[in-house]
Design a protein around this ligand. Structure first.
Ligand code: PLP
Length: 453
């Protein structure tokens, strides 16, 4: 598209005059005006286009503007834009049936929400009522959303400012999940890491009081906090601890679900069956806001003759559900989940592992499917992080420089603390992936300079 600097200026002026942005000091940001997007790319008004290696906030799993999903939204809009959640609706029912068909056996009902945080919020509500217990255990390295309970459940520093503001659910305790590269357990093998992380979790249960714990909530593969893939045996061990103590196992698949890891749900890789699965994002590639909770038959039984005290005006919105049905059909027809697995195994994995051999700043490469992170370090021997845990502002300068260099070369990844995270659309082509990786390779030389400094 032809550059349109006046268009950009008009959008920016209105934006800065009236839009209050997430997670930001309002005077310290200048959001880039976006003119359009298609497939794996989006572009600004200045004639710059970017390969979307973040899938926005890890949600455009089928890329931008998929014509079949756009058409399904248009058709639904012409037929019935909306109807209250108390009615039965064809697209809502079809979406629920499709979503449940990909969940493990025995999870057959779906409660729809508007996004991920309220999915988590309602999963926890179900677990607390089902068990009659108050507490939820979650990992320090986690993000679960930004409503009051979801931000308290979050382990990472986004929780702190909210706690200081009194925006806080007190019935939450955190623990360390497995992370072999920076093991909290002095482990040196995945087996040791799994075993010791499970011992630590069981001790946490014991010290919190088993009869007070309603749920353990875990991102199946930790997303924003580092693409941490559970070692063999860990999730089965969590399931066993939940069974032993009568605790509900909630899998947060908001980011990892719907193909991101090369499986419909990330739990499929480990063959475990949680009691509740929270989803959002990839369910309809974020074309219309949608999230939800997939519910086990046992928890559903609790609410057969007892009122579930939760609801949302737009629960199961027909436009969002029509988009989900179309997205899932497209993912099936175009073998998009299989493509994510293929990209991980044949393109992203091998290329990124090559970077680790050539770049002194690349400490560890982790990933599965289209879900990857580079753990950047100052020194490979000590594994000192390129920027410290929680770094923002000037302390994050090296990471900001790497990110800026990626963007200069036409690639848009995302960073979190010392990690460069690469989460492209699952249907990105091999050629696009290689184009983006070449740019990232160049940008890593900036990280290497900081590592050497
Ligand atoms: N859970 C996980 C694992 C997430 O990554 C996110 C968002 O990034 C959420 C929950 C919250 O989802 P939302 O921002 O849609 O409320």
């Amino acid at each position: 598209p032809a550059p349109d600097p006046d268009g950009a200026k008009a959008v920016s002026e209105r934006d800065r005059a009236h839009v209050f942005h997430s997670w930001s000091a309002q005077d310290q940001i200048s959001p880039l005006p976006i003119a359009g997007a298609a497939g794996s790319r989006f572009w600004d008004y200045q004639g710059n286009s970017y390969l979307d290696f973040a899938s926005q906030l890890v949600f455009t799993n089928i890329g931008h503007q998929h014509p079949k999903v756009v058409a399904a939204i248009q058709q639904q809009a012409a037929r019935l834009c909306t109807i209250a959640p108390g009615f039965a609706n064809d697209k809502r029912a079809e979406a629920a049936e499709l979503i449940a068909s990909y969940a493990p056996e025995g999870l057959n009902r779906v409660f729809f929400t508007n996004a991920g945080a309220d999915a988590i919020e309602n999963a926890v509500r179900m677990a607390r009522i089902h068990t009659g217990r108050p507490k939820v255990l979650t990992a320090y390295r986690s993000y679960h959303g930004n409503t009051a309970t979801a931000i308290s459940l979050t382990g990472d520093p986004r929780r702190w400012a909210n706690e200081n503001a009194g925006h806080h659910d007190g019935n939450v305790a955190h623990f360390f999940g497995p992370y072999l590269y920076r093991s909290h357990f002095y482990a040196t093998t995945p087996e040791q890491e799994a075993e010791r992380a499970l011992e630590h979790l069981e001790q946490t249960i014991a010290f919190e009081g088993p009869n007070t714990v309603a749920a353990i909530l875990l991102e199946t593969v930790v997303g924003t906090n580092g693409i941490l893939i559970p070692p063999p045996g860990y999730l089965a061990g969590v399931r066993a601890l939940c069974d032993k103590y009568g605790i509900v196992y909630i899998a947060d698949e908001v980011m990892a679900g719907f193909g991101r890891t090369g499986a419909w749900f990330a739990i499929d890789h480990w063959n475990v069956s949680p009691d509740l699965i929270a989803f959002a994002k990839g369910v309809n590639s974020g074309y219309v806001p949608l999230g939800g909770v997939i519910i086990s038959d046992a928890i559903h039984d609790t609410f057969r003759n007892q009122v579930f005290p939760g609801g949302l005006t737009y629960s199961g919105h027909p436009l969002a559900c029509a988009a989900a049905v179309a997205t899932i059909e497209v993912m099936r027809e175009e073998r998009i989940v299989e493509n994510a697995a293929w990209l991980g195994e044949h393109v992203l994995g091998p290329t990124l592992r090559g970077f680790a051999q050539r770049h002194p700043s690349v400490g560890e490469v982790r990933g599965i499917g289209a879900f990857w992170a580079l753990d950047l370090v100052k020194d490979k021997a000590t594994r000192e992080m390129l920027v410290p845990y929680g770094a923002g502002g000037p302390a994050a300068a090296p990471m900001n420089a790497v990110l800026a260099e990626c963007k200069k070369h036409g690639v848009w990844p995302f960073t979190h603390f010392n990690r460069l995270q690469l989460t492209p659309p699952l249907n990105m082509t091999e050629a696009e992936a290689l184009e983006g990786l070449t740019a990232i390779d160049k940008a890593l030389s900036v990280a290497d300079e900081y590592a050497a400094a």
